[in-house]
Design a protein around this ligand. Structure first.
Ligand code: ATP
Length: 757
């Protein structure tokens, strides 16, 4: 607990410098912080103003190292750097960025060194020719940003002191050298321009979202320190954790200004955050939960619900929430897998309902069984299952007559009255069959739960009305039939992976919290929708109009992977969960790495051997440090996953199967079908079996002529699956195929040196 009234913060990126310090110096740094907080003027700290500088001070960490601090106000200090004593008098520059209003700090010598280290090796000498060529002056290399004036760049938010060095940049490598030590926005702007984004788009997509909304006073550092653009941490513990867990702990402490705004904003109703893979939607959801909990009155209940699509992801959310805020935070939050939540509601209302819940693939097998028994060959089991879930259950169609009239938007080919009569009869038989077997689908569970919760909400509203009519007097019955107090189950609901929830889930969630400020907060990306649950939230009572925003900086994937992954999506259009279109404009990364690689093989067996050889190559090469659990192999089918595991085993490589509820086993390379990788992240991704006929499946391609609408939907889903798989990678993606490559792979995958072999 800090009692001295001293605030000590750490500026974003200074942590990176600290991480690189020798272990003992890091230890000394923690001691320094502690002492400084209790009394900055303790003699041992040797706090002194740098000569010739009014705001920067230095203090002692140990004999060799010094902390540089900006004095924001009397007792308010900001650590901007920790460096060797001999580097303290480098050319330092700091100021308030005129566009964002955030505090920025640059050590020009560090930046220049980083750029210089990347100077390309001299070009090889031209071979001697008989006829000596006329001496030519080497062309001076063109500055990367010659097309933009200084004014252009600073208007985009580029840090002014860096302009001279920016003008010297001629290669991508040098640019990356600069980005490493430049303020965040400078890096984002320069890379976006370098990648070919137009000036106006950079202004709209990169700069405007972080621009200050009020006039910026360049001398008011205290105000600047409060702006989201000044990314800092203040608490000892947060900092200690971030430093101890290295890059992996940064998400707990340093939110991007765009992320921070979304976390802290007050919304007048349901809000939604979109954004491409790896942009930190889950991170924002977790911080949002903490923000909401901090505003709760003290208590022992759990008024905040954090929910997501599957069990595996819910477990992951729980452990990350624990990391973020410890047991104290977790004690006020219910973290639940949405299907399980629905099942609990149903069981609570119907204690006798012991039916086993089955997933879609089991349900399709049941349909197939039914059709076989009836000798019915006209209908495709998958089509019937979709019709039943999306139209009959999805629209709560209760009678045959209603079904004749039901809208079948997005369901493909027209179905006449006679056919509807057939389907209705089959659907009745199907639900009787499930009943008899003591089974229910997750869609049925969700529907039932939605109805129960909507009924409960109605009762709550009735009670409230009666109370109002009674002038707020207490003698009215405010209890439900069972004598318990009736209230909304949650005060706030936060949903991750929102794009894949079933329509009935939304109805259920809507009814679980009172309509009002900060009631529902959803994060999700429709480009990653891999199930068939397309919804229009407005029609389900969740009104996100005017409260929708987007993240666009990827913290996971490199620019190279991101570019190729976007190619997988093709020209298809995507929705915004509310009936309008959404795109990934502005989606970008400041991380850089190798190009994705394609690997062609004559058949599946050779392809599997190829995968094993690649992993063995990594083990033998300079990458020995990669634990196998950080490598994932993703394949189109379960059968292929088993075959892949077998081949790896023969090659002495252990593997872990990713099942619907998480990894099965503890050590080895992770293997699973594409569906299993949603929300996960690996250092290296291998996507195998990306052949024509497998991605997309042959059966999908056949729909092209018979049912063009379904074909379009299925192709979109297949593209999203591959997109999700490709964007799980932090550092590298290798795509394998045999025979003809999938039509979803563009030249950036197919024309790589590996694929030519
Ligand atoms: N502000 C941040 N600082 C450091 N790392 C971050 C930050 N925000 C996100 N990350 C990291 O980026 C990665 C992706 O974040 P996250 O899983 O939240 O993205 P997402 O948008 O939910 O991705 P997806 O849509 O693919 O599931 C994680 O490793 C996370 O720790």
């Amino acid at each position: 607990m800090n009692t001295s009234g001293v605030t000590l913060r750490l500026l974003d990126k200074a942590d990176k410098e600290i991480l690189k310090l020798p272990r003992t110096v890091k230890g000394a740094f923690f001691d320094f912080q502690h002492k400084f907080r209790s009394n900055p003027h303790t003699t041992g700290l040797k706090l002194q103003q740098l000569k010739g500088d009014s705001r920067i001070w230095s203090a002692r960490v140990n004999d060799e190292y010094r902390v540089l601090l900006l004095r924001l106000a009397d007792n308010d200090w900001l650590i901007v750097s920790v460096k060797h004593r001999k580097d303290v008098y480098n050319r330092l520059s700091y100021g308030v960025n005129q566009v964002t209003g955030g505090i920025e700090y640059v050590d020009l010598e560090v930046v220049e060194d980083s750029v210089l280290r990347r100077v390309p090796a001299p070009a090889p000498q031209a071979p001697a020719t008989a006829e000596p060529a006329a001496p030519t002056q080497p062309e001076p290399a063109r500055s990367l940003f010659a097309d933009w004036s200084d004014q252009h760049l600073t208007d985009l938010g580029v840090a002014e002191p860096l302009l001279p060095v920016i003008r010297t940049l001629t290669t991508e490598d040098q640019l990356l050298g600069l980005v490493e030590y430049a303020p965040q926005l400078t890096g984002e702007v320069l890379l976006a321009l370098f990648d070919g984004t137009s000036y106006d788009d950079v202004l709209d997509q990169v700069t405007k979202p972080v621009a200050a909304t009020e006039p910026v006073d360049p001398d008011d550092f205290e105000t600047a320190a409060q702006r989201p653009a000044t990314v800092v941490t203040t608490t000892d513990n947060a900092l200690r954790e971030a430093l101890e867990s290295g890059d992996f702990g940064r998400w707990k402490v340093f939110l991007h200004p765009t992320q921070a705004r979304l976390v802290e904003r007050r919304y007048n109703g349901p809000a939604r955050v979109g954004g491409g893979p790896g942009t930190g939607k889950t991170i924002v959801a977790l911080h949002r939960v903490r923000h909401l909990v901090r505003q709760l009155p003290p208590g022992r209940d759990k008024p905040v619900l954090l929910t997501t699509y599957n069990k595996n992801l819910a477990a992951d959310l729980r452990s990350r929430l624990l990391e973020l805020g410890g047991e104290e935070l977790l004690s006020r939050v219910e973290v639940s897998h949405v299907d399980q939540l629905a099942l609990r509601i149903v069981r609570e209302a119907e204690p006798g309902n012991g039916k086993q819940a089955i997933d879609d693939s089991q349900a399709v097998r049941e349909w197939r069984g039914l059709l076989d028994e009836l000798g019915e060959e006209k209908w495709d089991p998958e089509f019937l299952h979709d019709e039943w879930t999306q139209v009959i259950l999805g629209q709560a169609v209760g009678t045959r007559t209603d079904y004749f009239r039901a809208r079948r938007a997005g369901r493909g080919r027209n179905i006449g009255r006679a056919e509807r009569a057939e389907i209705w009869q089959l659907a009745e038989r199907f639900s009787q069959r499930l009943d008899r077997l003591g089974r229910q689908t997750w869609d049925q569970v969700a529907e039932r739960a939605a109805r129960l919760e909507m009924g409960r909400e109605q009762r709550i509203l009735n009670i409230a009305r009666q109370r109002d009519e009674a002038g707020g007097r207490d003698n009215v019955h405010l209890q439900d039939g069972s004598g318990g107090w009736l209230r909304y189950r949650y005060r706030h609901i936060v949903v991750d992976e929102a794009q894949d929830l079933r329509p009935a889930h939304w109805k259920m969630l809507r009814a679980m919290t009172a309509r009002g400020a900060d009631d529902l907060f959803l994060v999700g990306d429709t480009h990653q929708r891999i199930y068939k649950n397309q919804v229009t939230l407005g029609s389900l009572g969740v009104n996100i109009r005017g409260r929708s925003s987007k993240l666009s900086l990827s913290y996971r994937t490199t620019r190279q992977i991101l570019r190729s992954a976007l190619g997988v999506l093709g020209e298809t259009t995507y929705d915004d969960l509310d009936g309008s279109e959404e795109n990934l404009a502005g989606y970008r990364s400041v991380l850089s790495g190798g190009l994705p690689a394609g690997h062609a093989f004559p058949d599946w067996a050779a392809e599997r051997e190829g995968v094993a050889a690649l992993i063995k190559g990594w083990d033998a090469g300079s990458d020995t440090g990669i634990p196998h659990e950080q490598i994932a192999i993703c394949v189109p089918t379960n059968q292929m996953a088993a075959e892949m595991a077998y081949t790896l085993k023969l090659n002495g490589i252990d593997s872990v199967e990713i099942r619907s509820d998480g990894p099965y086993g503890s050590s080895g390379v992770h293997i699973g079908t594409m569906f299993r990788f949603k929300g996960l992240e690996y250092q290296r991704m291998i996507i195998a079996g990306v052949s024509d006929g497998l991605v997309p499946r042959e059966a999908v391609s056949r729909l092209r002529d018979t049912d063009p609408v379904r074909h379009r939907h299925e192709i979109q889903r297949a593209r999203s699956l591959l997109f999700v798989a490709a964007t799980r990678a932090r550092d590298s993606v290798d795509v394998f195929w045999h025979g003809k490559p999938s039509p979803f792979l563009d030249d950036s995958w197919v024309d790589t040196p590996e694929s030519a072999s």
